[in-house]
Design a protein around this ligand. Structure first.
Ligand code: FRU
Length: 498
């Protein structure tokens, strides 16, 4: 298929139903397919949208282009769960089928209002000259999952922004509604977060200017801004594009970052923070456009797109791309975000096997000879050791996903996907490294789902998320070290499909 612009924006009802079914079947057969994460029913998945709790269930939608592994005409695909782990496909909820979203139902959020779920999203509209007109739209979803769009936009782009104005997050504070949006300032061509308010929800939205959270320039555009509160402290999560690496170091093409504040004043947009610069939300390769919300159970939950804009993945040739992360529970620890698996993830576990220091054979300690590629491994490595943990290794572990660690002086953890099967996106490097507290044990909670790894470090103080594409028969977990026996203990669980 040649992905011309015309093809990418062909209307959904002009595609052949059998073609869509063949794409779904092809994705189902993929050796790299995920089994306990949200993945596209077909085609390409990107941002999570409308993450919420409504009508006794959790909801999340994903940006989808169903007809191929490219960014084309987007819709919202609806998933529902009772435990944040087992997700049931509800089909497409928002199609790009109106004048206000003719070129894509782009990202947005959801909020429960009375007995319905209000969806606020960006309608991407292009005119005959292919000039973009972003509309911020509303829609209601009822308890039966029926969606009804509003016929007038809630917000049109103000004078001071360019055509890059999207991804509204709707919030409520007192009797007022607020929306924060990703924007590019027209005069300075820099990334901003715009703030709007309305007392009425479905009309009379007023521009409150930009959120004031930094004096630094946040690149040329900010996408997917997201405000949550943890222990009453505001946390702003966002994706600055083109951010100078002198402000915060990052290696991915575009980072997903956050700032923790002391106070947020809704009416002025003043976000007070002691933090000098934004922090990387994830220390792996592929997290972007994460969305969090404050749930009625008192927790803040986060879910991420595992995929990056402008990056191709090996599954493109199988006509599907990307997935969502597992849901992560957020907390604050010394001014930083910590992210942890939700308790219900344990429901995926089969009987656990204890693992502990073993004999070295051929320079390797085998932790699991037949681990497969769908498991959780919790491992505590003693202080003052260096070595490599190999995941999804072949017999000699010449091929594996590697976690190189040092837990003594200059302690670090480095994930290396450079020997992990098919290589891709290598121009942005094949390793990611974090430094660790010196002379301390290292706690790892590792989730492997075939082509996805989520590595929770020291109780979620860091998370390293990445895709890798290795042969399915590579099923060994092993430790190697140039020096001595490695001391560790932990538990291994095979995980069931969701
Ligand atoms: C981020 C993003 C958003 C936009 C959506 C379109 O990945 O570019 O800014 O709303 O994807 O799918």
């Amino acid at each position: 298929m040649e992905w011309t612009t015309a093809k990418r924006y062909q209307k959904y009802n002009e595609w052949d139903a059998d073609y869509l079914l063949s794409l779904q079947a092809q994705a189902d057969r993929s050796q790299y397919q995920l089994h306990y994460h949200i993945r596209p029913s077909s085609g390409l998945l990107n941002d999570p949208n409308g993450f919420s709790y409504f009508n006794n269930a959790w909801h999340v939608f994903y940006q989808q282009y169903p007809f191929g592994p490219v960014h084309g005409l987007k819709s919202w695909h609806h998933m529902q769960s009772t435990d944040l782990v087992h997700w049931v496909d509800q089909g497409i909820a928002l199609k790009p089928d109106s004048k206000l979203d003719s070129h894509g139902a782009y990202s947005g959020s959801a909020k429960v209002i009375d007995d319905r779920l209000f969806l606020m999203y960006t309608g991407n509209v292009r005119d005959q000259n292919w000039i973009r007109h972003p509309y911020q739209n509303g829609a209601w979803m009822d308890k039966n999952g029926q969606v009804e769009k509003l016929t007038k936009p809630l917000i049109t782009a103000p004078e001071h922004v360019t055509e890059h104005f999207r991804d509204p997050q709707i919030l409520q504070h007192g009797n007022q509604y607020y929306a924060i949006l990703g924007a590019q300032d027209k005069e300075t061509q820099t990334g901003k977060i715009a703030l709007f308010t309305s007392a009425h929800l479905t009309d009379k939205w007023q521009d409150l200017g930009y959120i004031n959270f930094t004096n630094d320039e946040m690149g040329y555009m900010i996408e997917c801004p997201n405000l949550i509160f943890i222990d009453k402290q505001p946390v702003l999560i966002f994706c600055p594009q083109g951010l100078s690496k002198e402000i915060t170091e990052y290696q991915n093409i575009y980072p997903n970052m956050y700032v923790v504040g002391e106070k947020f004043k809704f009416n002025s947009g003043k976000f007070t923070t002691q933090q000098a610069a934004p922090i990387n939300l994830d220390d792996g390769f592929d997290v972007y456009a994460s969305q969090a919300f404050n749930a009625p159970d008192g927790n803040a939950y986060l879910i991420s797109w595992v995929g990056l804009p402008d990056v191709s993945y090996p599954t493109d040739r199988e006509n599907w791309a990307n997935c969502l992360s597992q849901v992560k529970k957020l907390s604050l620890k010394n001014g930083h975000l910590a992210q942890q698996p939700v308790n219900a993830m344990r429901n995926l576990r089969s009987a656990g096997q204890l693992v502990r220091t073993e004999k070295v054979i051929d320079g390797r300690q085998i932790i699991e000879a037949h681990a497969g590629q769908q498991y959780e491994l919790k491992l505590t490595l003693a202080a003052n050791q260096t070595g490599t943990l190999h995941l999804a290794g072949n017999h000699t572990v010449s091929e594996s996903l590697r976690l190189n660690f040092a837990t003594g002086k200059d302690a670090y953890l480095e994930v290396d996907r450079g020997h992990a099967g098919e290589q891709f996106n290598t121009e942005y490097g094949t390793t990611r490294k974090i430094s660790l507290p010196e002379n301390q044990v290292l706690d790892l909670d590792i989730f492997i789902d075939h082509s996805l790894a989520e590595i929770f470090v020291n109780n979620g103080e860091h998370v390293m998320t990445l895709r890798f594409f290795i042969a399915p028969e590579n099923d060994k977990i092993a430790l190697t070290s140039t020096t001595e026996i490695l001391n560790y203990y932990g538990t291994f669980w095979k995980l069931t499909d969701m």
